[in-house]
Design a protein around this ligand. Structure first.
Ligand code: NAP
Length: 233
């Protein structure tokens, strides 16, 4: 197969712990596709808070001849220097909530707006975005983490709704939200106990890519964990 016609796998958030590992794994193991990573520093960059950057990145992909086989969104926000996940209602902070929704829900929705049209009209393709099990409303037994939980629940609804729309024009395309499992990255670092209950990103990437390879069109619109098990909404 000539380089010009090889399918293209895109990783958005390719500088993060899981995103970088997924991009590396695809580059090392996918002989049939090329891999392109987007970060806030890539050329062109993707900053989820700037729709124009998402639109321009999508245009840069659509200008090429390659067919898109995979779009993997690995961005996300849980904490920063100013915010830690809330333990109680009294800790709710408007700026923290806005940032959580902007990065975890609105940004990925705008990625779907501009990138789902790039998927081929026929033939299998996959759009997967990293969500989190704590975004499950039914599975919420511990409480807390209001902004993160609610923004991931919103993301799940956006994925489900997009999958329904996508099916009308691209019946073989698959659109899913995936929980990667606890992974040793900057996002989880303050919350894992001595690294004992977190997987390193390499094996996580391997099992995520294997999962994406097993998905069929009937999985579209699902919320799945890394093993492929359905997580309740
Ligand atoms: N790690 C876990 O245990 C775990 C568990 C469940 C779910 N997840 C989910 O998995 C995903 C990846 O998490 P991770 O553990 O790999 O975290 P990470 O290492 O902190 O990576 C997060 C990525 O999001 C990017 N990002 C943040 N704000 C952005 C913005 N405005 N525009 C573009 N990119 C932005 C970061 O870019 P910069 O590098 O430029 O900051 C970084 O690449 C997240 O959605 C997270 O919720 C992780």
């Amino acid at each position: 197969m000539s380089t010009a016609t090889r399918p293209l796998a895109l990783v958005i958030g390719a500088g993060g712990g899981i995103g970088r590992a997924v991009a590396d794994h695809l580059r090392s193991n996918c002989n049939d596709c090329d891999v392109r990573g987007f970060t806030r520093e890539s050329e062109p960059p993707i900053d989820l808070t700037l729709e124009t950057s998402i639109e321009e990145a999508a245009r840069s992909v659509s200008n090429g001849a390659a067919e898109i086989c995979l779009i993997f969104v690995a961005t996300g926000f849980l904490h920063d220097d100013a915010f830690v996940p809330e333990r109680s209602l009294g800790q709710l902070n408007r700026e923290h909530m806005l940032k959580s929704f902007e990065i975890n829900a609105i940004g990925p929705a705008l990625v779907m707006k501009h990138f789902l049209p790039l998927l081929p009209r026929s033939g299998r393709s996959v759009f997967a975005v990293l969500s989190a099990r704590v975004g499950s409303i039914e599975d919420n037994r511990l409480g807390g983490w209001y902004s993160y939980r609610a923004s991931k629940a919103a993301l799940n609804q956006l994925v489900r709704t997009s999958a329904i729309e996508l099916k009308r024009t691209k019946p073989e395309a698959i659109c899913v939200a995936v929980h990667p499992g606890t992974t040793d990255t900057p996002l989880s670092a303050p919350f894992v106990k001595s690294g004992l209950d977190a997987q390193s990103p390499g094996p996580v990437a391997e099992r995520l890519v294997a999962l994406l390879g097993r998905l069929s069109k009937s999985d579209s619109g699902s919320f799945l964990d890394y093993s492929g098990a359905t997580i309740p909404w």
